[in-house]
Design a protein around this ligand. Structure first.
Ligand SMILES: NC(=O)C1=CN([C@@H]2O[C@H](COP(=O)(O)OP(=O)(O)OC[C@H]3O[C@@H](n4cnc5c(N)ncnc54)[C@H](O)[C@@H]3O)[C@@H](O)[C@H]2O)C=CC1
Ligand SMILES: O=C(O)[C@@H]1CCC=N1
Length: 266
């Protein structure tokens, strides 16, 4: 696959790492305003680094946009004359609706929205996908790319805002919980490195157990909570302090922060 990533910052670079490590490219163009910081990626075979978005679009079939929301409009205006029927446009931009992309490039383009997270760098992103009507014909290509770099789920576009919080921001929420667990482990006597190892792998195990068994978390928790034991004591104390409630409220606050981008450029 000939892929271009327009905007190789935090997310774009994570996608690039995933694509390169998983051997998922024929050619890969990486663009950013000041490409010096990612020059080292040009050492990989068939990877090209440039600030020229038009060149990247001309030389690629799959165009992944990973710029800040306010930057997308101008970029679409710059590249729209180069778009042909070979191109599939994949936008990871938060709050930027498909209809707003269509307003600039037209409805006769394959347009897909993708919401990955930074674990795409290690092939472990949960990525949600939605498309315009024409893009349905190419959604399998997007699925193939993102399934190679983790898991994907096709959703209606109206759920993209929620998917952004649960999956894209979600990885930060889980990492904060891992950090808190690490801090507790240090307080309970482990050194910092061991503490993080215990927290990370326990988190991984919980996730794998639910994925492999298909069980509800509470069914697995029931197996851990010995009556009058230490686990239920800890869980109840956490709930008295609002663990579930604060996580839910934080995710709703995150959801409410996402605004629909105003397309007033050019
Ligand atoms: N960071 C994350 O974990 C996630 C981010 N997103 C979305 O991805 C987008 C990018 O986010 P980040 O990577 O965090 O931002 P970032 O600021 O780290 O990266 C944006 C990159 O775009 C480049 N850029 C700016 N103007 C450009 C232009 N005209 N041509 C080419 N490159 C240009 C910048 O130099 C920068 O490297 C945002 O819209 C965000 O909502 C979505 C899911 C997860
Ligand atoms: O924090 C943000 O706004 C972006 C979108 C989801 C993850 N990072």
């Amino acid at each position: 696959m000939k892929i271009a990533i327009i905007g190789t910052g935090n997310l774009g670079l994570s996608i690039a790492k995933g694509l390169i490590t998983n051997n998922a490219i024929t050619t890969l163009y990486l663009t950013r305003r000041n490409p010096e910081g990612i020059e080292s990626y040009a050492e990989y075979k068939n990877v090209f680094v440039t600030s020229d978005n038009v060149e990247a679009v001309k030389k690629s079939d799959i165009i992944i946009f990973a710029v800040q929301p306010a930057q997308l409009g101008n970029i679409l205006h710059d590249i729209k004359e180069e778009l042909t029927d070979k191109h599939v446009l994949i936008s990871t931009i938060t709050g930027y609706q498909i209809s707003q992309i269509e307003d600039i490039v037209g409805t006769d383009q394959f347009i897909i929205r993708a919401m990955p997270n930074t674990a795409i760098a290690v092939g472990a992103s949960m990525t949600c996908l939605a498309s315009n009507e024409k893009g349905m014909k190419r959604i399998k290509i997007a699925e193939a790319i993102f399934n190679r770099l983790g898991n994907s789920l096709i959703i209606p576009e109206k759920q993209m805002q929620a998917a952004t919080v649960v999956c894209a921001s979600g990885i930060a929420f889980w990492m904060r919980l891992i950090r808190a667990s690490t801090q507790a482990a240090i307080q309970l006597g482990f050194d910092a490195k061991e503490a993080q190892e215990l927290a990370m792998h326990t988190c991984n195990g919980a996730s794998k157990l639910l994925i492999d068994s298909g069980n509800h978390p509470e069914e697995e928790i029931d197996r851990v909570t010995t009556p009058r034991g230490c686990t239920i004591e800890g869980l109840n104390e956490m709930e008295h302090k609002g663990l579930s409630s604060s996580l839910i409220q934080g995710m709703v606050a995150s959801f409410n922060k996402i605004n629909v981008i105003k397309t007033d450029q050019k």
